[in-house]
Write a protein that binds this ligand. Sequence first.
Ligand code: ADP
Ligand code: MG
Length: 392
Amino acid sequence: MKARYEKLKNRFSELFGGAPEAFIQSPGRVDLLGIHTDYNDGFVLPIAVDLNVAACGRKTDGNKIRIHSVNKNETAEFCADDIRKDEVCFWSNYCRGVVKYLAEAGAVFGGADIVLQSTVPIGSGLSSSAALENATGVMLQTLYGVEMSGKDMALVGQKAENRFVGVSTGIMDQFVSRNGKKDHALFLDCRTLEHKQLPLDCSRYKIVVCNTMKERGLVDSEYGARRAQCEEAVAVLQAHYPRVKALRDADMEMIEKHKGELTEKQYMRARHVISENERGLKAIEVLRAGDYEAFGRLMDRSHDSARDDYEVSGPELEAMVGISRRAPGALSGRLAGAGFAGCTVSLVEAASADAFSEYVKREYAAVCGVVPELWVCSAENGAGRLSEEELN
Ligand code: ADP
Ligand code: MG
């Protein structure tokens, strides 16, 4: 058995005695396109990555659930039929919320002992939270043979995070963490949840995430302001085009025609969302054709539009994007997630990944005075049971 799973199994028997019945994995994610399109009912294009939660577990009699996080070195314990928020062991609320909404969705399960360990950096924007939610859900699903689609499992995770933990997020994180596919990027329509798997050959190209090491302080207030501007733009357009329910339904012609009725900011925000959705659709063609150069250009334009029209970049992100675009083997550089600070993401020729990483670390440290963290990632499968082959 691989060292990581052996360790997990040993921790399990130390804590709970005996051996686990099943092993699962649940990945973090990064977005390649779709900056601030989710709440505009638009398109996003993330991948599930090879940074993940690994967990092992066993059914138990009764309905007590015990979950140990190796990262936190803490065990949470609660009854599946009496879920309450825990203010002390805060991380367990992600798991508690999933158990609550799984049961509400009709899943039948009992008690479980679970040990989990995550390689997703916590709080860096790679969605360690969605990885934790899906790990909880998929473990119970595996142990009890619960029938639930990947889409419904993602919705359970999102509900847990929004309603139980109290963090407002779109559906992208949970959806791709559950439904991602190895060597594919996932095109997701945030309105209908229809999705397509698009080929992304990670033996030839890596996805490199670069952490600016600058915390995303502005996100909450600025995020709210952007959402409001989008809604205002929709209200203006809806007066002329009743079918425009979200910026997803608008096009360039509409905003040009009614430019005079929109404030400058509303116009800019709408233009970003419309052009970003166009890039999302274009990516379907480009990736199906295996045109990685063109895909890299779409990622670059995504960033430029987020910086100029949506105004969600920041000095550290600009430094990192500039450096990463110049680095060896780079096909693109753009901000990841909601922007302001946090991480960037680049498409990089696999053979140049090491040279890329060295260059970015050196140059960014010289400009910003801090050595950035980098993760060289591949597109991986979404959360699921690990096979004998994968374990050994
Ligand atoms: P991220 O961008 O990583 O998703 P969030 O703030 O959304 O950042 O989620 C991070 C939170 O998720 C942590 O503070 C913790 O409560 C929980 N979490 C994530 N991974 C783990 C883990 N392996 N063990 C315990 N808690 C975790
Ligand atoms: Mg999160």
